[in-house]
Design a protein around this ligand. Structure first.
Ligand code: SAH
Ligand code: SF4
Ligand code: F3S
Length: 465
């Protein structure tokens, strides 16, 4: 996933940030933009117009790191033409690779790890003042969550970090090494931030954490994700609350009940299973069985009508036999996820699994990946057909990129819906008045990825509000 920073007003050094990786990285980019904007930096629309190019990077699979190295390679020309250009690598790969980045890419000026973002303005100032290279990857750096709420890419939807880091050390995963120990923010800090976002017109918040449902560990008193959701739900203006990503080991009935009871909390759980084989789950150090995963999904479906489950799966983990893989296939078949992210195992230096032989050959990984993708596609298509004739609440995002004049938005379960605006709504309605509003859409058609529908119960007067 790659997203680009938006240009902001200003007149000094122009920064361009390109983001790779997960939602936490997108939020870190936003926090960095905020801290740079406070110090008077401005932002370029395009890489070619920038005085500073920063890549906020991901290390989760080898391919993610390759992508960044190849981008850095292709920026060499631009740097040669403009030696004053500052080139920086931020985030997980900066933390993971450290000064190896300088060795492979001598034209890079800054390597700034996951706990150093708030120091970005001073680091850039220092480089401009003549320091050619800075390595800033201290592990005890303080993460500064103080954000400029007005500095957001999306007016009505925002990510909110409720915790950082991860203590799980799943055997294949680099995240605990690059993001550090798990740390929960206080309820007051989160509530304050969400209130400020609501005052700024935000309607939807997505609470972020690598292991979001273990929120509260280390905080005093009985604080859990469920108690936090109960504090956030009543905030005026916030219509939808999501939280990602949940670890099956830490999922509780208390959290599922909060999802069922609280009107603002969306009926959607992103809860990666990773594998359906208990033997592999054990080797992955996931600390649950596939039977437990099934029980959790059954519980969620019975307590929260209409809830949709999303998952991640890794295929080709060391020692994964055909039988193990078939157990993963049958887990997906039973759980019938709305969508899932399927990855081929990628060995990461420093993780526990690096000591296991990566013995599933690439061809097998590819074919297992393909089988899972096809199965997910089939399940998504079938589940989407069941939605035909139903009316769903959609938060309008904007004009469809592939189909001008049509609108797209999302259901509470995170499904994409495409629909035509009502008669009489002109371009202004499509591009600026409707985005951010909640409308009812009757689903009439679908593919595996998109629901298509018609607007219902909509009057043009609603646009005036
Ligand atoms: N904290 C989240 C996910 C973090 S990484 C969680 O625990 O659910 C996102 C996904 O990348 C993981 O869920 C996993 O499926 C995948 N992943 C992580 N390390 C990987 C590796 N070494 N090879 C392949 N996929 C990996
Ligand atoms: Fe990685 Fe496991 Fe932590 Fe998720 S829970 S970030 S997969 S170590
Ligand atoms: Fe996210 Fe990749 Fe870092 S998945 S936490 S950006 S390693």
């Amino acid at each position: 996933m790659i997203s680009k920073s938006k240009a902001l007003k200003g007149n000094s050094t122009k920064v361009y940030i390109k983001t790779f990786g997960c939602q936490m990285n997108k939020l870190d980019t936003e926090l960095s933009i905020g801290s740079l904007a406070k110090k008077g930096y401005s932002f370029a629309e395009e890489e070619k117009d920038a005085d500073v190019i920063l890549l906020n990077t991901c290390s989760v699979r080898e391919k993610a790191e390759h992508k960044v190295y190849s981008q850095l390679g292709s920026l060499r020309d631009q740097k040669e033409k403009n030696p004053k250009l500052i080139l920086g690598v931020l985030g997980c790969m900066a933390q993971n690779e450290g000064d190896k980045i300088f060795k492979r890419m001598p034209h890079v000026n800054l390597v700034c790890g996951t706990r150093m973002f708030s120091r970005l303005p001073e680091l850039l100032d220092e480089i401009s003042a003549g320091n050619k290279r800075i390595l800033a990857i201290d592990e005890d750096g303080e993460v500064n969550f103080d954000r400029l709420v007005t500095q957001r890419q999306n007016r009505y939807s925002a990510f909110v970090s409720i915790m950082r880091g991860c203590d799980n050390y799943c055997s294949y995963c680099i995240v605990p090494y690059v993001r550090g120990r798990e740390f929960s923010r206080s309820v007051t800090e989160i509530v304050d931030e969400v209130k400020k976002l609501a005052d700024d017109g935000c309607k939807e918040v997505t609470l972020l954490g690598q292991n979001v449902n273990s929120y509260g560990k280390g905080l005093s008193g009985k604080v859990t994700l469920a108690t936090l959701l109960r504090e956030l739900d009543p905030i005026d203006g916030i219509e939808r609350i999501h939280f990602i990503t949940s670890h099956p080991r830490d999922m509780t009935k208390e959290i599922i009940e909060a999802v069922g009871e609280l009107p603002g909390v969306c009926e959607y759980l992103h809860m990666p299973a990773q594998s359906g084989s208990d033997r592999i789950l054990k080797k992955m150090k996931r600390q649950y069985t596939s039977a437990h995963y099934r029980e959790l999904v059954d519980m969620a479906k019975s307590i929260v009508p209409g809830i949709k489950i999303a998952s991640d799966f890794i295929v080709g983990f060391p020692g994964e036999t055909e039988e193990d893989f078939q157990e993963t296939v049958s887990l997906l078949n039973d759980v019938r996820c709305q969508n899932s992210f399927i990855f081929k195992y990628s060995p990461r230096t420093g993780t526990a699994a690096i000591d296991l032989v990566d013995d599933v050959i690439e061809e097998t990984k590819k074919s297992r990946n393909h089988i899972m993708l096809e199965l997910q596609k089939k399940i998504s298509s079938e589940e989407n057909i069941k939605m035909h004739g139903k009316s769903v609440e959609v938060l309008v995002e904007g004009e469809s990129k592939s189909n001008a004049g049509r609108l797209i938005g999302r259901t509470r379960q995170n499904q994409i819906v495409a629909f035509s605006p009502p008669e009489g709504v002109g371009q202004e309605g499509v591009t600026s008045a409707l985005p951010g509003t909640l409308v009812n859409v009757e689903i009439v058609d679908s593919t595996d990825l998109t629901l298509f529908g018609d607007l219902r119960d909509f009057t043009l007067n609603e646009l005036a509000h």
